[in-house]
Design a protein. Sequence first.
Length: 174
Amino acid sequence: MARIFIFNIIRFVILIVLQVAVFKNIGYYNIAALFPYILIILLLPTGTPNFLLFLLAFLTGLTVDAFYDSMGVHASACVALAWFRIFFHKITLDMEELSSFQTPTWGNMGFKWFSAYLLLGTLVHHLVLFFTEIFSFQNILYTLASIFFSTLFTVAVILIISLITYNRKSRLAN
């Protein structure tokens, strides 16, 4: 348990530093932005209590907001992502997997489950992030294009990160 806690703290620090130092400056003509810091929330163990999950999501978003100077936009998107995560886990995992402290990674859950989880979670995060940031339907096509391309860009980078850190475990052995 302590090992999982320390590993998640290290993951938090590394992803926040990468987001602020590297990924903040990467974009594609103000249409696509990169936000792989959402892996902090997506890769928390499945048995994490809901209150702690919402608190960690809020603090993660608030930390990114402090560096982006965005006044709570990332915090609201991260809390929406935490809500999606709870919902997705309840409809796709059985009770035994929900109560375990297994990290929902590509190696633990399989590519099909992980890619659906990642794509839908990133889409929810980006929908809330961009619509909260714009807070207008005036340029709806531009906003939808930004959401679409940012989601694809973020999912591609997260899949590359997952491939680099891939640790094969069989679901049947657990």
